[in-house]
Design a protein around this ligand. Sequence first.
Ligand code: SAH
Length: 480
Amino acid sequence: MTEAAMKKNDIFTIKITDIGAHGEGIGRCEGMTFFIRGALIGDEILAAATKIKKGYGYARIVEITEPSPYRVEARCPAAGRCGGCQLQALSYDRQLEWKEKKVRDALTRIGGISEERIRRVMEPVVGMEEPFRYRNKAQFPVGYDGGEIVTGFYAPGSHRIVPVKDCLLEPEENADVLAAVRRYMRENGVLPYDEAAGSGRIRHILIRRSFSTGAMMVCLIVNGGDLPQEERLVAELRKVSGMASIFLNTNTEQTNRILGERLRLLWGQEYITDVIHRVQQEENGFVQTSESVTFEISPKSFYQVNPAQTEKLYSIALDLAGLRGNETVWDLYCGIGTISLFLAAKAGWVYGVEAVKEAVADAKRNAALNRIRNVSFYEGRAEEILPEWARGEMRRPDVVVVDPPRKGCDFACLTAILSVRPERIVYVSCDPATLARDIRILEDGGYTLARLRPVDQFCHSVHVENAALLVRGGAEAERT
Ligand code: SAH
């Protein structure tokens, strides 16, 4: 075994060629891969090694000797310090290009799919025209900074709060909510939660906004069951434009989980309403159709965070499902029924499966709200319910839609899908690596990846969403 060529504190020049899981720059030097925070694709850097491992290491920037041609002036003053936007300093076009590459790399390396086949099945990433102020949900930790009450976001890999008064990914009104809560806290002597001691009161502020109706929901996550002078807080928050719903959530546990179990409505409505339109791709981009589904959203339910892109994602998923009107569809990991209700308009019957009880209740209410009757929702884990359904307890599906969390589908879930042999499987995924892993399993089980389209749901972050179609059969030779 030869000794590592590089040592800690070594200074070297390196060209950044890729982006890592947390947005760090990646380059190669002396046969080793280096991860460098703050470095961007295309940068040439003088770096100092901070940690050496076998075959890879970490380094810090000493000097950017030749800045990347793709560098842009980040619009947000907190960019690079706050853990939210990892890629704001990279031009948006280049972000999209890199996201496509990330998907292709996962498909080849993990999915074992050839470059040539990827070129045939993969369509260009769907980006945003204006990739700012797109988020409809945000969770701000509350804390102290230099003796002042601050709200903001955690710095990368830590729980130190970087104060952010107006996040450029979010509606401007969020800044008014944060200012109102800080003012209420100052004037009424309400302390931020102290994680280490488990003391203090306000932990997080969760804000949701419907872009279609303008309605706003605020949920304060509190270390306790109430707040002093709650009516003063409500009065402050009601001044914010669009305020429709104010909740208090109790979380007294010393945990990283943001929301606790108990919710109490302080003022306004239990839900805010949002409308998602079906869109159609035309020459000049996506245009809205007259078809839409209305949703009521509660503080705890999962709901896609980028409504403009969600319309595109769901519409693409619906196209991929290729429904003609009488199919049986299983929609797994269905959340509050968003995709299910979209599909129902074109299908015979849709059966939704979701693990979170409250989401299932929301899904049922949303079906009634839209007068959609050809859907049924079931509470439980897909990997537990599906094997039962596959044994004959449920009508066989023509189409299966899955939209799992980042860890992808459980193997038992995929096995059950394969055993009922639907004509089509539509896979909506927020993690290319687990998507590629699951595509491999489905292809080995007799399906062929036929189409795939990335959608940029999380502009300026390293994440990318995908909608993929797998069809039953397909030439064996296709599946290489
Ligand atoms: N399709 C929905 C939700 C997607 S998010 C939408 O687009 O809005 C993934 C969903 O899977 C979440 O609602 C989560 O609660 C649910 N979930 C996570 N693990 C699950 C499992 N093992 N079985 C069923 N649902 C699960």
